[in-house]
Write a protein that binds this ligand. Structure first.
Ligand SMILES: [Zn+2]
Length: 103
């Protein structure tokens, strides 16, 4: 976890590697998540669409995470019985909320 690597927004988007993150998401190997999806105290793993063979219910929005959709599986480090499958965007919101980025 490298939290200190945040850059200021002074660089132009096309010069900023962070702006390419959306593309990087598509190319990243299975199991890796970007900093944006990391949250202290939790393990976060990406599940690729082709490995998502079951439907799950997202704890954030209550909607189905359908089989075949890339998503993340998240559990507290202290208790991996509490694994949950989240939509990526839902987990991202949760991370933002929990890390107080909007405060
Ligand atoms: Zn959701």
């Amino acid at each position: 976890m490298s939290k200190g690597a945040r850059k200021k927004r002074s660089t132009r988007p096309w010069q900023n590697p962070d702006a390419m993150r959306g593309l990087g998401d598509l190319l990243a190997p299975a199991g890796d998540v970007d900093d944006e999806l990391e949250l202290d105290g939790y393990e976060v793993k990406r599940v690729d669409g082709e490995r998502a063979v079951k439907d799950y219910v997202c704890p954030e929005c209550g909607n189905t995470v359908p089989a075949g959709e890339s998503h993340v599986v998240v559990w507290p480090v202290a208790d991996n019985d509490l694994r949950r499958h989240w939509h990526r965007h839902c987990w991202r919101l949760e991370v933002r909320r929990s890390s107080g980025a909007d405060a």
